[in-house]
Design a protein around this ligand. Structure first.
Ligand code: CAA
Length: 241
């Protein structure tokens, strides 16, 4: 029987590529989104993947949404924590709201989601948690004190939880994408992108969402059972850990 995979932020950008790749690999996929109904419905119509709307920064909303998916598809065996936002600003101009929005979504969102599938995975003696962190959680990025802090936090979360999940055959891993050609990256001012960022990528281009999705499919597979607490970096050679 095919496994159930839940992808947060799974209707756009890297998340959409992940949802599609998991479906193509035989998973029953549910994709969440926070706001853009039009894009989500278009994604559902084009790909035949169920979409569910809630905000991952809201613990109760995560619980209700997950319960609905479990009732419709069955216990969640693969969770991809992909949903993320940016509120870029140099630190001297950053507001408490910009700080909290990013931490609440990109870091606390992982707690809110994972906490509510964890018991089911322990009971089923199988699970895959795949956290989409970022190159900027590894190296830091000017203009992203909030985002870099959250994404670095995601890596600590991954390593701690990997140790707890191991005895129940639950693996917990992270992927650190570099700059991928999505709306999030293309929102960076063109001058900054072309003059500061792309010249730092040795392969000379932005990554493709599908290049991250293939890493997710591998980490979700039975072939990856011995890999836990690890980080796959996929950044075109921009930064080595
Ligand atoms: N390093 C050091 N200093 C920098 C800098 C950098 N990378 N970028 C800008 N600065 C400096 C500028 O030189 C300037 O200095 P002075 O005031 O002394 O002249 C100062 O910071 C202000 O620069 P800006 O005029 O650009 O300021 P701004 O307020 O208009 O914009 C910003 C600031 C919004 C942070 C903008 O620079 C920006 O968007 N930078 C890109 C940040 C980035 O890489 N975001 C990644 C988004 S994609 C993503 O997050 C996905 C992922 O995981 C990779």
């Amino acid at each position: 029987m095919s496994r159930v995979a839940l992808v947060t932020g799974g209707t756009r950008g890297i998340g959409a590529a992940i949802s599609i790749a998991l479906k193509d690999a035989g998973y029953k996929v549910a994709a969440t989104y926070a706001g853009n109904d039009e894009k989500a419905q278009a994604f559902k119509a084009a790909n035949g993947i169920g979409v569910y709307k809630w905000d991952v920064s809201n613990y109760e909303a995560c619980g209700e949404g997950i319960a609905k998916i479990v009732a419709e598809l069955g216990p969640i065996e693969v969770l991809v924590n992909n949903a993320g936002i940016t509120r870029d600003s140099m630190f001297h101009k950053m507001t408490p709201q910009q700080w909290h929005e990013v931490i609440d979504t990109n870091l606390t969102g992982l707690f809110n989601m994972t906490h509510q599938v964890w018991s089911g995975m322990r009971d089923g003696n199988f699970g895959r948690i795949i956290n989409i962190s970022s190159i900027n959680g590894q190296k830091g990025q000017a203009g992203q004190a909030n985002y870099s802090a959250a994404k670095a936090g995601d890596l600590g979360f991954t390593k701690a939880l990997a140790q707890e999940g191991a005895s129940k055959s639950i693996t917990v891993n992270a992927i650190c994408p570099g700059y991928i050609g999505t709306e999030m990256v293309l929102a960076v001012p063109e001058k900054v992108l072309n003059e500061r960022i792309i010249p730092q990528i040795p392969v000379g281009r932005l990554g493709k969402p599908e290049e991250i999705a293939r890493c997710v499919v591998f980490l979700a597979s039975d072939d990856a059972s011995f890999i836990t607490g690890s980080t796959i970096t996929a950044n075109g050679g921009q930064f080595f850990v």
